[in-house]
Design a protein around this ligand. Structure first.
Ligand code: CO
Length: 204
C-alpha cells in the first residue's frame, strides 16, 4: 500500500513538473509574441511618421542624372511646422555629408518646397521662400552641383544679391551675399524654379 502511494506521488510530481514546464513555455512564447508584435508596430509607425515627415530620416538621397524631377517648380512653404524643421535638419545633414558642398535645394531630395540650405563656411543658412530683391554687378566662375557630380561649367551670376527669406520659424530676414554666397544663393534659388546650372552654362 505504501509503495503504491509512493508511485502515485512520484507520477503526480512528474505530471506537475511537466505541466509547470508547459505553462512556462506557453507564457514565454506569448511574451515573445507580444514583444514581436510591439516591435513590428513600432517600426510600422516609425515608417509612417517618416513618410509624413514627422521624424528625421537623416541623410537623404540626392536626385542626379538630370532627372526630370530637377526641372519641376517648387511651391511656397505655407506651414512653418515640425515637418519643415525635420526637412531642414535632414537637408543640413545631407549637405554636410558631402565634401565641398555649398548648397542644397529641397527639390534635389525629391521635395517640391521652397527650402534651401547654404553653407559657405560662415554657418548654415536656412532659407525658406526666398526671393531676390536686389542684384548688382556680375561674376563668371566655374560652378558645380550635387545633382551633377563631376560636372563643372562656367556660369554668369550677379556679383552681389540681396535676398528676402524666412527661417524655419517663419521669421522674415534678409541675406546679403557677394562672391560665393551670391553665386550659391542664385544657384539654389534657380533650383526652386526648376532651373539647373547647366541651363545657364556659358560655353567656353
Ligand atoms: Co545644384
Amino acid at each position: 500500500m505504501k509503495k503504491k502511494y509512493k508511485i502515485v506521488f512520484i507520477v503526480l510530481s512528474i505530471l506537475l513538473i511537466i505541466s509547470v514546464f508547459i505553462c512556462y513555455r506557453i507564457c514565454k512564447y506569448n511574451e515573445k509574441e507580444v514583444r514581436n508584435k510591439q516591435r513590428k508596430e513600432f517600426l510600422v509607425n516609425l515608417e509612417k511618421k517618416k513618410r509624413e515627415g514627422l521624424v528625421r530620416m537623416g541623410e537623404r538621397i540626392i536626385i542626379t542624372n538630370d532627372d526630370e524631377f530637377l526641372h519641376k517648380k517648387s511651391k511656397a512653404v505655407e506651414n512653418f511646422d515640425e515637418k519643415l524643421s525635420v526637412l531642414i535638419d535632414d537637408m543640413i545633414e545631407t549637405l554636410h555629408k558631402k565634401e565641398d558642398a555649398v548648397g542644397l535645394a529641397a527639390v534635389q531630395i525629391g521635395i517640391l518646397k521652397n527650402v534651401i540650405v547654404i553653407d559657405v563656411g560662415q554657418g548654415v543658412l536656412e532659407i525658406v521662400n526666398p526671393s531676390i530683391v536686389e542684384k548688382k554687378g556680375e561674376q563668371i566662375e566655374y560652378e558645380g552641383c550635387l545633382s551633377y557630380p563631376e560636372i563643372y561649367k562656367k556660369v554668369k551670376r550677379p556679383a552681389y544679391v540681396k535676398v528676402k527669406a524666412y527661417d524655419r520659424n517663419g521669421k522674415e530676414y534678409t541675406i546679403e551675399g557677394e562672391g560665393l554666397l551670391a553665386r550659391a544663393l542664385c544657384h539654389e534659388i534657380d533650383h526652386l524654379n526648376g532651373i539647373v546650372f547647366l541651363d545657364r552654362a556659358i560655353s567656353d
